[in-house]
Write a protein that binds this ligand. Structure first.
Ligand code: HEM
Length: 565
């Protein structure tokens, strides 16, 4: 079969160039895709048609039939900037074309975003692609569930994330940080120089995995001890990217053909390995604590700590409870909590160290604030939460500039009208372009909230929006920019998203982040071996990670020396 039968000459020329480099299996997959590609152009059956039409919106022109502009966005060094520039050109609502005639509406207005997030899980739900992806990666747990099922699962887990529960975990976070300190100290002692070079990204991975393991599941993965357990291996392997043509194809065509997520690409095989490994761990953790409860009369062990994550999961096995979960849901929660907690925390800590290397003056100011604690005392939960304004400002600024989850994409489960505070333009009116503050959304429309763009928008945060300025969170700088106050997420940033799906582990993450960073900055001085202007690039992984330009893999080597050396 020839491409020429399917596509016009301009397209076939591109396809011939590509396929010349592809093995036969990839060609077969491309042929299959081409046939599937015709589906969107077939007339839709009447029962799928809706009488409501999404307001027609302006937007960038499509440049690729196969990938639309999704590849352009994803492969850009700063996808947030791409969205921001389009917002400046087309207004706070615009359409971005995807592959094969698909498209999504991007909303860049604070009020529109508040409305969108508030309606998550009922009005706006995971796209088919996300559901396949989430199911492959985590299973059918909290992240996969919608509506009432999501509500029930979330209610069952919420007590583990109360302030009282997190306060008790503070010592766990410090214990992990001191364990890492002991290892680093030994390395420095063994070195002939005063400082050593460490790839901090891998260390932040290991401390994040150990902290969530112990705090959430009373399980020590031993990543800091150098254990090469399967789970550590699998997590580490995420930092290596899969840049094969097939993987790219699957990634970019996924929005149109979600089932492609099931093809055996390197990344999908990695996800499968993770699921199998995690399934084994989840089973082991649950049966260990289930056994403990039975042996000790059901009133001890994990059951005694009923408000811990594992305690609540065990409780959810009780079928008579209104918050009962199926075994599949319970195992999926273990995956969600481990992966959601590990990946995001590790990326944020790495970015914090990068920003503090770029600005040694700010690193020193943080150290000065922390100098009120002697070698044998650490900040309490209260101090970490509200008593250390510069630490808080640093953490908040890192989360604003580098949100690990860069956007939220959902599909409208019902027709809706999204209110805007700033009028957007629509070319649909009979008299030409009109402006409006009500965006009509038809069921089935895909919507994107560009988190990174909103967190770093000059229109919202002022001229220093792209700079690392922790002082903006302090009163002496007059606080957050007036316009940014219209954003309703956690302290006017959307890093933890918002609404019914807002990050469940936010309190856990913030205290862990602050406890770990406080130990690191009190004890070590960090610097780029290549100087403050060292270039940082994006490294594709489950979530994009930072890397020092020129390094192989997601490596961030930093010079680490003792504070008093
Ligand atoms: C800096 C650290 C973190 C960031 C930036 C972050 C961010 C987010 C975001 C943006 C979402 C929404 C995802 C979506 O709707 O698609 C989310 C959900 C979630 N996060 Fe986090 N997260 C962090 C740490 C954690 C930690 C440490 C845990 C657990 C220990 C956790 C548990 C969860 C869970 C369970 C959900 C799903 C909530 C739901 O669907 O109802 N997160 N997180």
């Amino acid at each position: 079969m020839s491409w020429d039968a399917l596509f016009p000459p301009a397209v076939t020329q591109h396809l011939h160039t590509w396929t010349a480099h592809l093995p036969p299996t990839d060609i077969q997959i491309l042929i299959l895709l081409s046939l599937l590609a015709l589906i969107p152009f077939l007339p839709r059956p009447s029962f799928l048609r809706t009488t409501v039409r999404t307001t027609s919106l302006p937007g960038p022109r499509n440049t690729s039939l196969l990938f639309g502009l999704y590849r352009h966005i994803n492969e850009s060094p700063d996808p947030g900037l791409v969205y921001e520039r389009w917002a400046e050109k087309y207004g706070p609502a615009y359409v971005v074309p995807g592959g094969f005639g698909s498209k999504r509406v991007v909303i860049c207005d604070p009020r529109a975003n508040a409305h969108f997030y508030a309606r998550e899980t009922f009005g706006y739900v995971q796209t088919k692609l996300s559901r396949v992806f989430i199911e492959n990666l985590f299973g059918r747990g909290l992240l996969w569930a919608e509506g009432e099922s999501h509500k029930r699962q979330r209610k069952a887990l919420t007590p583990a994330f109360s302030n009282a529960a997190i306060r008790k975990l503070t010592t766990v976070f410090f214990d992990s940080a001191y364990k890492m300190k002991a290892i680093w100290d030994a390395k420095i002692d063994a070195s002939t120089t005063d400082d050593i070079i460490l790839d901090v990204q891998i260390w932040m991975n290991h401390i994040s995995l150990d902290s969530i393991g112990i705090a959430g599941f009373s399980h020590n993965f031993g990543a800091l001890d150098g254990n090469n357990t399967p789970v550590v291996d699998v997590f580490d392997s995420f930092a290596s990217s899969d840049t094969s043509f097939l993987s790219k194809l699957v990634f970019f065509l996924g929005p149109v053909f979600p089932m492609l997520q099931n093809l055996p690409t390197k990344q999908n095989r990695m996800f499968k390995r993770l699921r199998t490994t995690m399934g084994g761990i989840a089973d082991e953790l649950m049966s260990r604590d289930r056994g403990m409860g039975e042996e000790e009369g059901g009133g001890t062990g994990a059951r005694k700590e009923e408000k811990s994550i594992i305690g609540l999961l065990l409780k959810a096995e009780d079928k008579s409870s209104s918050l009962a979960m199926t075994q599949e849901e319970i195992l999926a929660q273990v995956n969600v909590l481990l992966l959601a907690g590990y990946e995001t925390t590790s990326i944020s800590l790495t970015w914090a160290l990068i920003e503090l290397c770029r600005r040694p003056d700010k690193q020193q100011r943080l150290r000065d604030e922390l100098s009120q604690f002697s070698a044998s005392t650490d900040p309490t939960w209260e101090q970490l939460s509200t008593g250390l304004p510069y630490l808080d400002a640093i953490v908040q600024e890192v989360l604003r500039l580098h949100p690990p989850v860069e956007e939220t994409t959902r599909v409208a489960a019902q027709d809706d009208i999204i209110p805007f505070s700033t009028p957007f333009s629509s070319p649909s009116s009979p008299s030409g372009t009109s402006s409006s503050t009500s965006l009509v959304i038809a069921k089935g429309t895909i919507i994107t909230s560009p988190i990174r763009a909103l967190n770093r928008s000059e229109a919202l945060w002022g001229p220093t929006a792209k700079e690392f300025v922790p002082e903006r969170w302090l009163d002496d700088m007059g606080g957050v920019h007036l316009k940014a106050k219209e954003i309703v997420g956690h302290r006017h940033i959307l890093t933890f998203s918002d609404g019914p799906r807002t990050c469940l582990g936010k309190g856990f993450a913030l205290v862990n982040f602050k406890a770990t960073l406080s130990v690191l900055i009190r004890n070590y001085v960090f610097a780029f071996p290549g100087g403050v202007d060292t270039k940082i690039e994006k490294h594709p992984s489950i979530l994009p990670r930072p890397k020092v330009a020129g390094e192989v893999g997601a490596r961030v080597p930093l010079r680490v020396g003792r504070v008093d050396s």
